[in-house]
Design a protein around this ligand. Structure first.
Ligand SMILES: Nc1ncnc2c1ncn2[C@@H]1O[C@H](COP(=O)(O)OP(=O)(O)OP(=O)(O)O)[C@@H](O)[C@H]1O
Ligand SMILES: [Mg+2]
Length: 313
């Protein structure tokens, strides 16, 4: 078997052509996204290495998994490092055909086409095109994407001004994201799955990543800063997530939600943070979730450095 050499991780930004469309430039994420992002390692390969490989080889990368677990941010952070545009194509009800595909106007009897973000991204490249929530898309919408996703690599749009065929630029990474378990989603159609899953990455919440992004910085007496992972909150989240998997809760516990809890606790106070967290669950689930906080109060307070007081929240 011939083993291909692994593509080196890109650390330089793309030199964009001067005619690169402003609409795409505006979609290049800022460096702060890359700075805040903690990458995950999948069987020894960093996710960003996989994206580098996908960019070099022209293969598609899909991310499948939990909500608010960093799938979108991972791709945005990679784009920020590369200086590429991150083009999100929502495949759910939020898809706005005018923004995505473009518009055709008749001006003085002439048809004038203004391309949307998708044709621009396909033509000009230096783009990661992310088909989001791809399993919620109606079949007729996805069929428009078929020739782009398969080996042909062309986007065909049928419009008032006739058929437009746009060939994919060589610097384009196509990605898709979905979750198989949430309400409103359906199993991904096999033909589509085959097209977008050359590389498919399972994307669960990861303790080692969450310990680096859910927590706070404490200033020690000697003036040094120390990162304190919110391990007690992550323990609690683990139990809630088991409850979710078992069907006890209908509300997922995202990385985003846990991060927000910590910010709220610091900025707005512990009781507010707990109430806000509890309120993000369905009404009938709330007493049980609050009970988790009451039961784990000691561990939480110790971890967060809160003086233990008799009052309950
Ligand atoms: N690896 C990470 N590094 C830093 N922050 C993270 C990471 N993973 C998740 N987060 C935090 O969680 C938030 C939600 O992540 P993101 O929107 O990328 O999730 P998602 O998997 O795309 O969710 P959805 O399924 O709802 O689209 C991020 O904006 C960030 O604040
Ligand atoms: Mg997302």
């Amino acid at each position: 078997m011939v083993k291909k050499s692994k593509t080196a991780v890109a650390d330089t930004k793309a030199d964009l052509p001067t005619n690169y469309p402003e609409a795409l430039r505006a979609l290049i994420p800022s460096d702060s996204v890359a700075d805040a992002y903690v990458d995950r390692v999948i069987d020894g390969l960093a996710f960003h290495e996989l994206l580098d490989y996908a960019a070099a080889e022209g293969v598609h990368v899909s991310t499948i998994g939990d909500t608010g677990a960093g799938k979108t941010m991972a791709k945005q952070a990679w784009c920020a490092k590369r200086g590429w545009a991150y083009v999100n194509i929502p495949c759910n009800g939020a898809l706005d055909p005018d923004t995505v595909f473009g518009t055709t106007d008749i001006i003085d009897g002439e048809t004038v086409w203004s391309p949307g973000t998708l044709p621009l991204a396909v033509e000009h490249g230096f783009t990661l095109i992310d088909f989001d929530e791809v399993n919620t898309a109606p079949q007729r919408v996805m069929s428009v994407f078929n020739s782009l996703l398969d080996g042909r690599g062309v986007l065909t749009l049928l419009g008032v001004g006739g058929t437009k065929t746009i060939t994919k630029h060589e610097s384009v990474v196509i990605s898709a994201s979905w979750n198989e378990d949430y309400t409103g989603t359906a199993p991904l159609n096999e033909a589509l799955k085959d097209r977008v899953c050359a590389i498919a990455v399972d994307w669960p919440y990861l303790r080692e990543v969450e310990e680096q992004v859910i927590g706070f910085t404490r200033e020690n007496a000697d003036g040094t800063d120390e990162w304190v992972a919110a391990t007690s909150l992550l323990d609690l989240a683990e139990r809630l997530r088991k409850g979710y998997e078992a069907g006890d809760f209908r509300t997922p516990i995202s990385t985003r939600k846990l991060q927000r809890f910590v910010f709220n606790a610091i900025d707005l106070g512990w009781n507010f943070a707990v109430t806000n967290f509890v309120n993000s669950f369905h009404a009938e689930e709330r007493p049980q979730v609050r009970e988790f906080f009451v039961k784990n109060q000691h561990a939480l307070f110790t971890n967060f450095g809160i003086e233990l007081v008799e009052e309950e929240f």
